[in-house]
Design a protein around this ligand. Sequence first.
Ligand code: IMP
Ligand code: MG
Length: 194
Amino acid sequence: MSTDPFVVVHGKRFKRLLSAEEIQGIVRQLAHQIVQRHRSEELVCVVILKGAFMFANDLIRAMNIPCEITFLRAQSYGAHMYSSGKVHIEFFTNHQRLQDRPVLIIEDIVDSGLTLQAIRDYLAQYRPKSIETVTLLLKPDTFQGTPPEYVGKAIAPLFVIGYGMDYNEGGRYLQDIYVLDSETAGTQSTSNNG
Ligand code: IMP
Ligand code: MG
């Protein structure tokens, strides 16, 4: 962990919210919960790009059970300040592989829940046996919809970056998670680049 609790990305200051060590503790707990429930069946893990790539990497290794891994990209159309509700989906696998199989959606963060709902609806048309979601972070104050089965941590409705999550493609590489600093919080915007 870097000793400086602040990073600046595209001119905005962010403050550390969760250290890499804290994140790994949360990831281990989530992996344990998922394995308890799915030890005897092979999950199809659907990693939501781009934001969830780092979380999924750690989570799947911590789960350490046989599973299939595939990727889905979900992008909101329109304004970048919030989810527009219209979500464009690209699925990087043959959807026939989902039929009658348990699916685990792996998300980085759920805010309004619109993206997750669109992903669930999209996957449901291919008749999987079940669909569950694991998200590292959830903003309960802004969330509406079907609650994710596994939630790493609930956070305030502020904008965060790091550990895969971006601000206009900046900050994804960071090991820790940072929150938009309160001095600049009034100008928050989300990139919705996944
Ligand atoms: P939704 O509002 O739940 O539909 O969130 C849409 C997408 O916006 C999520 O899948 C994330 O990729 C992104 N997002 C939401 N909140 C944040 C955030 O605080 N930081 C970075 N990306 C976010
Ligand atoms: Mg995402």
